[in-house]
Design a protein around this ligand. Structure first.
Ligand code: LMR
Length: 397
């Protein structure tokens, strides 16, 4: 019966992460998956999240289903974190907001919604983008196109080429944008570029779909949401998929949100209804635990302040590791152009290493990067940074 089913070749990130754990070498370094580790190389349990969780355990009750749209406190506080509590779209109650199974779940619920209500639209993703964007959008039946983005020569964004492509798209097409910490390149737009893009998208009648999986790891919690807040102020129709995996260190809880900014409160209520219908068709309703932790932290001034402070130390640690890798590599390979590390931000950088070089890193040095050459700087520590730089230097020679 199942003979015609072809084997799964594996996922470029998740399967590689599994290979890392199966690798018996003790000196191995995992810079493949986008996960933040602390200075001791451990995944942190954030203090405010732990306090919220401990308080929850003191009042454990029954476990009813959450509504299809998720926990009310989570939806409100997650929306405030993205847009800012006093954003005009929030005040006017024109944001349809649902809790989702992580950022991927938000992308999937959004993709199904778009396919159903914009059946003619194509979606355009940056070249390159997170590999699973292709999987999720194509899987939902949307034609996926690429717009130029990364400029290998400068390690930044080829903004002119990006605009030139987007201005030719038919009205009603959808543009997937990384709100901050572009994955996989680490190359982000400047505020001025975001403003120029907003003008173009409004003029051309394009729909923006923001993916924000790394809020707090770029320039800071509020600064990272700048583009979303600005686009929403400009009256551009937009969707936001966001995740609490990284910034709350709640990976396995699968905690995310989809927010859709609508023209008015009535439209937002209608859109919310259809998002609920979509969720019911996939998994009925989301899980409770992670959302309650996030809601408790963001809903308390004290816990939120503690969470923000800890997240800021995490952000600064990644930036210091980025700087550190640059310094050691510069000593090892003075000739090599590694200044992309200084220009890019967030958890990732695009090393420009070839697949062969990445494989040598893995096979000869037990240093794991994804085949595209993306490096996750958030898993570097004082202990593994020199080993990593030495290994990179050897394959770069
Ligand atoms: C990544 O890009 O490494 C993370 O977003 C984890 C994932 O699901 O791919």
């Amino acid at each position: 019966m199942f003979r015609h089913i072809e084997p799964y070749p594996g996922d470029p990130i998740l399967t590689l992460n599994e290979s890392y754990f199966a690798d018996p070498r003790s000196n191995k370094v995992n810079l493949s998956i986008g996960v933040y580790l602390n200075a001791a190389g451990k995944m942190p349990v954030m203090r405010a999240a732990l306090k919220a969780e401990q308080a929850m355990f003191e009042h454990l009750g029954t476990r009813p289903y959450l509504p299809m749209e998720g926990d009310a406190g989570f939806r409100r506080t997650a929306c405030e974190l993205i847009f800012g509590a006093d954003h005009v779209a929030l005040q006017e109650e024109r944001i349809a907001s649902v809790q989702t199974l992580g950022g991927s779940g938000a992308l999937k619920v959004g993709a199904d919604f778009l396919k159903r209500y914009f059946p003619q639209a194509g979606i355009w993703v940056s070249d390159p983008t997170w590999d699973n964007h292709h999987g999720i959008f194509a899987g939902a039946g949307l034609p996926v196109g690429l717009y130029p983005y990364y400029d290998a020569a400068s390690g930044g964004v080829d903004f002119a080429a990006m605009l030139d492509c987007l201005k030719r798209l038919p009205a009603g097409d959808i543009v997937l944008l990384h709100a901050c910490c572009h994955n996989p390149t680490g190359a982000d737009l400047s505020a001025a570029q975001w403003r120029a893009l907003a003008v173009l998208m409004r003029e051309r009648g394009l729909l923006a779909f923001f993916d924000m999986a790394y809020q707090g790891f770029g320039a800071g919690v509020d600064a990272d949401a700048f583009a979303i807040r600005h686009f929403a102020e400009q009256g551009i129709a937009l969707l936001v998929a966001s995740s609490f995996s990284k910034n709350f260190s709640l990976y396995g809880e699968r905690c995310g949100a989809l927010n859709i900014v609508c023209a008015d409160a009535k439209q937002a209520a209608t859109v919310l209804g259809q998002l609920k219908a979509g969720i019911r068709r996939i998994y009925s309703s989301p899980p409770t635990h992670g959302a309650r932790i996030v809601a408790a932290v963001l809903g308390s001034d004290e816990l939120q302040a503690e969470w923000r402070a800890e997240l800021e130390t995490m952000r600064l640690r990644v930036a210091a590791m980025r700087q550190g890798l640059h310094e050691v590599l510069r000593q090892r390979c003075p000739q090599a152009d590694i200044d992309y590390l200084k220009r890019q931000t967030g958890m990732f950088s695009f090393t420009g290493l070839s697949v062969q070089q990445v494989r040598r890193l893995r096979e000869e040095h037990a240093v794991y990067l994804v085949d595209s050459g993306r490096i996750c700087l958030a898993a570097l520590t004082e202990e593994n940074i020199t080993v990593t730089a030495d290994a990179m230097a050897q394959v770069m020679r």
